[in-house]
Design a protein around this ligand. Structure first.
Ligand code: NDP
Length: 501
């Protein structure tokens, strides 16, 4: 993607957004909110208003749920053969691929993340997710089981998998397109109908995904989209016509969802916050580790649930490693993500900027040493830009070590005793992921076994694939996305007993 191309695309997309109101997708039709209200979505790199978005709320959620319930029993979807459902998902993947450059630039405009990286990581990940889950409808079935009835009756016992029903999918702003794909793809593969609620900051790629789904042949009402605010998400969670909620976002909202979903005991899966440790052993390849640790905390401006925000480096390698990480941070080109050489964009919003800035003040007040960054870059007066930031001499009790900042802030600690190291790394309310850096195979496996986290990376970080389960221990969430586990999230098991005697 050349500079001119990304900027030209951006101008073209912005003109199209201005020309066309951004509506809700309900029952296969694009409609205004019942209230007629709209809200603005802005470019976080410039503050420019990009589009006016339909402001969906409770009444719109109700209409979407009705449409999704109707579509659930419509033979066009419920009787669609596994091969045809697979074909629809493959077609959707192809359409995302066809429009990949536009989607990357649209995400860059709405979220701020660099377009080149978005194309390579997020859009590519979305294509792969739909292709992967397209393989499941033809393979996801039940089994026959060797039951032993006391009566001695001859029984055929088998299980079937059925779609859980209407799924409410609530996604955040940090990876808007791929978080939507992680939920929409397995839900459709399992035969559910869905209502997607994108984050208020980043609705644009979700709406485009809805258009592509219709073009791919997803029947009307199977994929609905409600744009709006947290109250729309809450209405979805409380609705008795919704059978399942899948959520990615903050732990606080995750807990509210658990409470609010109890009315009809809908199934809930949650992918929440993290405070992932990066553990560096004395024998680690420091050069490789430094590059990956910098990437692990600074990618997407640190607005990543798996961000490796706590660094535990053996004291014998600390100076060398921290110098290399600081060097990698200094080389990051910060700016508007439409420029092809930019690898670090703005934070999503003023609110997020204030939150990150607050944590920098807290870290300094707590006695950690600010070794790099900590403020707005001098040459970027507009937009929500914040420098890659490194604290050294951090201590386990500090808030910058314990709380999720969700920004480009690394807190570094040193260690010398391996047992203490594991205890410290596990001393967190979260348990999403961890990185281990060593060439000692025994230390690697021992530590991987001891760490309380849903994903452990050894000599790598942030490797994610739709085939491998993803989710958290402890307050990082419930359930696993990706892989067969995701298909299970969106289906119910039925056990059938047939008396053959
Ligand atoms: P939220 O958890 O508030 O938002 C995530 C999604 O939930 C959005 O679509 C949001 O809608 C929706 N939502 C908000 N309130 C409710 C509710 N009561 N019921 C149902 N859905 C709701 O995250 P924020 O955007 O407020 O970010 C705050 C912090 O959360 C960040 O600083 C970060 O620490 C963490 N976070 C973690 C993420 C992760 O990947 N684990 C992702 C994003 C944030 P709306 O946007 O309209 O409010």
């Amino acid at each position: 993607m050349t500079t001119t191309t990304a900027i030209e695309r951006a101008e073209h997309l912005k003109a199209a957004l201005k020309a066309q109101p951004q509506r809700l997708l309900i029952g296969g039709a694009w409609v205004e909110a019942v209230s007629g209200r709209t809200f603005e979505t802005i470019n976080p790199a410039t503050g420019e208003v990009l589009a006016h978005i339909a402001h969906g709320a409770t009444a719109d959620v109700d209409l979407a749920v009705r449409a999704a319930r109707k579509a659930l029993s419509d033979p066009a979807w419920s009787r669609m053969s596994a091969v045809d459902r697979s074909r629809v998902l493959l077609r959707l993947a192809d359409l995302v691929e066809r429009d990949a450059e536009n989607l990357a630039v649209l995400e860059c405009l709405d979220n701020g993340k660099p377009a080149t990286l978005t194309r390579a990581v997020e859009v590519e990940g979305t294509i792969r997710t739909f292709r992967y889950f397209a393989g499941w409808p033809t393979k996801f079935g039940g089994e026959t089981l060797p039951v032993s009835p006391r009566s001695g009756a001859q029984i055929l016992n088998y299980t079937t998998r059925e779609p859980v029903g209407v799924a409410g999918l609530i996604v955040p702003w940090n990876y808007p397109l791929s978080m939507a794909a992680w939920k929409v793809a397995p839900a459709l593969a399992a035969g559910c109908t869905v209502i997607l609620k994108p984050a208020e900051q980043t609705p644009l790629t979700a709406l485009r995904l809805g258009e592509l789904a219709l073009e791919a042949g997803v029947p009307p009402g199977v994929f609905n989209i409600i744009t709006g605010f947290g109250d729309a998400g809450a209405a979805l969670v409380e609705h008795d016509g919704v059978d399942k909620v899948a959520f990615t976002g903050s732990t606080a909202v995750g807990k509210a969802i658990v409470r609010a979903s109890s009315g009809n005991l809908k199934k809930v899966s949650l992918e929440l916050g993290g405070k992932s440790p990066q553990i560096v052993f004395p024998d680690a390849d420091v050069k490789v580790a430094a590059a990956s640790i910098a990437q692990g905390i600074f990618f997407n401006q640190g607005q990543t649930c798996t961000a490796g925000s706590r660094l535990y480096v053996h004291k014998s390698r600390a100076d060398e490693l921290l110098d290399a990480i600081a060097g990698a941070a200094a080389r990051l080109k910060i700016g508007d993500g439409l420029q092809p050489d930019v690898d670090f964009g703005p934070l999503i919003s003023q609110e997020q900027w204030d939150r990150v800035n607050h944590y920098v003040e807290v870290g300094s007040a707590e006695g950690a040493t600010l070794a790099a960054g900590g403020q707005r870059p001098a040459n970027l007066a507009n937009g929500f830009f914040f420098e890659p930031t490194i604290f050294v001499n951090a201590a386990p009790t500090m808030r910058i070590v314990r709380e999720e900042i969700f920004g480009p802030v690394l807190a570094a600690l040193t260690w010398s005793d391996q047992d203490e190291l594991v205890a410290q790394a596990n001393d967190s309310e979260y348990g999403l992921s961890a990185g281990i850096w060593t060439n000692d195979i025994k230390a690697a496996h021992r530590t991987a076994a001891a760490i309380k986290a849903g994903t452990v990376w050894v000599n790598c970080f942030n490797m994610i694939d739709p085939a491998s389960p993803f989710g958290g221990f402890r307050q990082s969430g419930w359930g696993r996305e990706h892989g067969r586990q995701a298909m299970e999230l969106y289906s119910e098991t039925k056990s059938v007993w047939v008396n053959l005697s």
